[in-house]
Write a protein that binds this ligand. Structure first.
Ligand SMILES: NC(=O)c1ccc[n+]([C@@H]2O[C@H](COP(=O)([O-])OP(=O)(O)OC[C@H]3O[C@@H](n4cnc5c(N)ncnc54)[C@H](O)[C@@H]3O)[C@@H](O)[C@H]2O)c1
Ligand SMILES: [Zn+2]
Ligand SMILES: [Zn+2]
Length: 347
């Protein structure tokens, strides 16, 4: 099958990769219909930190082509969405929908290294299919289904873990697709004030349309602007959706005493300078979250079906899989008003 391969920093090819096969008796092979590019893919794209020759992609939906003998919940021909993060599928945390915390140490993300294949391909093998796939429910359209594989759960958990109170205040740092999911999820908690922070004018305009007070971070003074807008108090909740050292430090700076910082941006640093004094003197709650993707589906599916959560369209670009190199370039450069790219392996 054809798949997207990272050859080195900023070097993407689409080429033949090993055919998708059943990863075991509890696995399934999925023929992919749609697959998206994530900000997490950009971390790999920039530095090729997990090596070269990596097959990319962890956000995908498709049709079940084959199932192993132990699979009970899906069958050939079903249309399914797949959690971007998986685990053993059998331990207590996996069964609770939290594969990132797999107790058998089998947690993994599709398309990030040699252990799991990439979902930016024509087909992929999915281990522990009962735990990590969901038949696409009635009333969920393909774009929503793709969002349920990673970034909607991530934004939703970012908001859930930010302790937003009705009438409270929240700031979202980073208005990429994840930040936009977090922003819209925040509104479920009825905050009185919502600040949206980024340096990209088009992304700020989108957040303004969604009702947020925008803060332009391009001059490095986002914290001061939020403090000024809140009479020096800061906001009670901050969701960090960038993953840079500086934006985590900014989050600690703009949160009010007693407040909560909820980090969903990926930051794998083992030695960043952390302003512990701020966290201590303000008695902060700081949470970091690798999304428990399947664990959110029971809440998010009905929220979407009932229209209690109406998502602004995020897929600004639809391209064939063969255009993946161009798609990565556009998404990385914020060209052409891009927010998120959907790749279609069947086009
Ligand atoms: N925790 C999880 O499970 C999980 C899941 C998916 C993605 N992520 C992470 O979420 C983050 C965002 O993903 P995305 O797809 O939205 O990526 P993205 O690259 O499209 O968005 C990042 C945004 O941050 C903005 N930004 C950069 N520096 C900034 C600064 N100093 N101040 C304010 N804004 C700034 C950029 O302009 C951009 O709009 C990434 O780190 C990604 O890896 C985490
Ligand atoms: Zn993702
Ligand atoms: Zn497990």
């Amino acid at each position: 099958v054809r798949g997207v391969v990272l050859q080195g920093p900023r070097e993407i090819t689409v080429e033949q990769v090993p055919d998708a096969r059943l990863p075991g008796p509890d696995g399934a092979v999925i023929t992919i219909e749609h697959t998206a590019i994530c900000g997490s893919d950009l971390h790999l794209y920039h530095d090729a930190i997990t090596g070269t020759g990596v097959q990319l992609g962890h956000e995908f939906i498709g049709t079940v082509h084959e199932v192993g003998p132990l699979v009970r919940s899906i069958k050939t021909g079903d249309r399914v969405l797949v959690s971007g993060v998986i685990g053993c599928g059998q331990c207590a945390t996996c069964r609770a929908g939290q594969p990132a915390l797999c107790q058998r140490n089998q947690s993994g993300i599709f398309g990030t290294g040699p252990d799991l294949p990439g979902g930016q391909a024509e087909a992929v093998g999915v281990p522990a299919a009962d735990a990590f796939t969901l038949v696409i429910p009635d009333g969920i359209n393909p774009e929503q289904a793709v969002l349920l594989t990673d970034i909607l759960p991530t934004g939703f958990l970012g908001a859930q873990r930010a302790d937003i109170a009705p009438g409270g205040s929240v700031a979202v740092i980073g208005l990429g697709p994840v930040g936009i999911m977090a922003l819209q999820s925040s509104l479920l908690y009825s905050p009185a004030r919502v600040f949206a922070i980024d340096a990209d004018p088009a992304r700020l305009a989108r957040a303004a349309r969604l009702g947020a007070e925008t803060v332009d971070a391009s001059d490095g003074t986002a914290v001061a602007k939020v403090m000024e807008a809140t009479s020096g108090l800061g906001v009670t909740s901050v969701i960090e959706a960038v993953g840079a050292d500086q934006t985590i430090i900014d989050a600690l700076g703009m949160v009010a005493p007693g407040g909560t910082v909820s980090i969903v941006g990926v930051n794998l640093s083992m030695d960043m300078a952390y302003p512990m004094g701020l966290a201590f003197l303000k008695s902060l709650t700081v949470r970091a979250t690798v999304a428990a993707i399947p664990g959110t589906w029971d809440a998010l599916v009905p929220l979407l079906q009932t229209g209690r959560l109406v998502l602004d369209p995020v897929f600004t670009h639809h391209l064939p899989l063969s255009a993946a190199a161009e798609a990565y370039r556009i998404f990385d450069a914020h060209e052409d008003g891009v927010l998120k790219v959907l790749l279609d392996p069947t086009a």
